[in-house]
Design a protein around this ligand. Structure first.
Ligand code: HEM
Length: 152
């Protein structure tokens, strides 16, 4: 959907909810015995926070939580963490993502994902259970539009 009806910020937020860059975060240890939703966790036990899983929680995001839909009303995702360690760079990250997407698609308005037959390299996940990204994402750029140069 490239109708320009929805801002790039909606794409960024939905991406961070649906398949954000930080999938899980290790090295969390409770300072006292706690219970979360019926599960007892003892003081000092290692916890893996799954920000990615929280983004697909139907109780938070509705029955269609598994669907990528930039039109949804965002209900609060954990793509940039939560609480005292909430991402310090969140504003810069959002600005970079929106700027990069807008710049890329204004230069290559017809860019599309390569089909499996067109792919020299396959989309390959970076082998990590913490970060969530691809080593390769083959795309067809299509004709380039005139660059959007700043006026003097
Ligand atoms: C898409 C880009 C980014 C994503 C997905 C992201 C995600 C996160 C997440 C999930 C956390 C919380 C980690 C935790 O729970 O301990 C975090 C923390 C942090 N982020 Fe980011 N981040 C991004 C970009 C940036 C940028 C651009 C900067 C700096 C310029 C930055 C600096 C930090 C710092 C310093 C922390 C630690 C905060 C603390 O522990 O108090 N991040 N980030």
């Amino acid at each position: 959907m490239r109708s320009e009806q929805w801002p790039w910020s909606a794409v960024v937020e939905e991406t961070m909810r649906w398949n954000g860059a930080v999938n899980q975060f290790p090295m969390r240890y409770p300072l006292e015995d706690i219970e979360i939703d019926g599960t007892a966790i003892k003081k000092g036990e290692a916890i893996l926070s799954s920000f990615g899983s929280a983004g697909r929680d139907p109780a938070q995001h509705g029955y269609d939580a598994d669907e990528f839909d930039i039109r949804r009303r965002q209900a609060g995702h954990l793509g940039f963490g939560h609480g005292p360690h909430f991402c310090v760079g969140v504003h810069l990250a959002r600005l970079q993502l929106e700027t990069a997407l807008a710049g890329f698609f204004s230069r290559f308005p017809n860019a599309s994902l390569a089909t499996p037959e067109q792919q020299e390299w396959k989309p390959t996940p970076v082998p990590s259970f913490v970060s969530n990204s691809l080593e390769y994402l083959p795309v067809l750029l299509g004709p380039a539009a005139a660059p959007d140069l700043p006026s003097r």
